[in-house]
Write a protein that binds this ligand. Structure first.
Ligand code: URA
Length: 241
């Protein structure tokens, strides 16, 4: 990020609106290079200065990365004329940044969703060449068994001729719940695979995507920024060939 007005730099982090930033500055809570910034229009170079708010150093990274616990009933889209989307769960300043979901979960699927404005990382994570693992917990009608596990491990052919890459299937308890690991992301894939085995999905929840695991402390509908470590692991995966 280059030299810019302090209010623009801080609101670009997605943590505060421009109005809130102006207030922070006026209250003397923002420092650049150890000096309190008193005017919102003052220009600073975020690369050269430690920038702090209330004494905490700020990462003025150009992109924002958000972990969301998607609840059922919302579309994994940036906007829709008729239905609410996952973007409606974010504050206006983050919506304004143009965040988008990395991959889609069905409207009735819950769980881990990553949102970012980093198109390169998103592209890398979604690229079929990267085979980023996605881990789901599914509740099914009936019970999955060893034959289902072997069928998914062998690369299941769906009714329409689509052939899936080998996938993991692990029963939990009596088999009415199972863990499914995909290395690709075809449309409605988990539901179609389990339906093809005669075990239709009753509910579906994503637990993990690559190294990113849904924070158990995040209630459905809640979000938080990724930690530095989560981001580092994701970027390492996205960059690997
Ligand atoms: N597979 C599905 O069937 N639905 C999802 O939302 C994700 C994976």
């Amino acid at each position: 990020m280059s030299i810019d007005r302090i209010d623009k730099l801080l609101s670009a982090t997605g943590r505060w609106s421009r109005k809130e930033v102006k207030e922070l500055v006026r209250q003397g809570r923002v420092q650049a290079g150890g000096r309190t910034v008193l005017r919102p229009e003052e220009k600073v170079d975020p690369a050269a200065l430690p920038l702090t708010v209330d004494g905490a150093a700020l990462d003025c990274a150009p992109f924002v990365y958000v972990m969301l616990h998607k609840p059922a009933g919302l579309l994994s889209a940036t906007e829709d004329r008729n239905q609410p989307t996952v973007l409606d769960l974010l504050p206006p300043e983050l919506k304004r940044r143009g965040l988008f979901p990395v991959g889609r979960l069905d409207k009735d699927t819950t769980g881990l969703l990553l949102l970012t404005d980093d198109g390169t990382l998103a592209h890398n994570l979604l690229s079929p060449k990267k085979h980023v693992d996605k881990l789901y917990r599914a509740q099914v009608e009936g019970r999955v068994d060893e034959a289902d596990r072997a069928a998914l491990a062998g690369g299941l052919a769906l009714g329409d001729g689509t052939v899936c890459l080998p996938a993991g299937l692990e029963p939990v308890g009596d088999g009415s719940v199972c863990l499914v690991t995909l290395h690709e992301g075809k449309y409605h894939q988990v539901k179609r695979m389990l339906a093809a085995r005669g075990k239709p999905v009753v509910s579906l929840h994503r637990l993990a995507m690559g190294p990113l695991t849904l924070d158990q402390g995040l209630e459905p509908g809640k979000w938080r920024f990724l930690t530095a470590q989560e981001l580092e692991e994701l970027c390492r995966l996205g960059a690997a060939t």
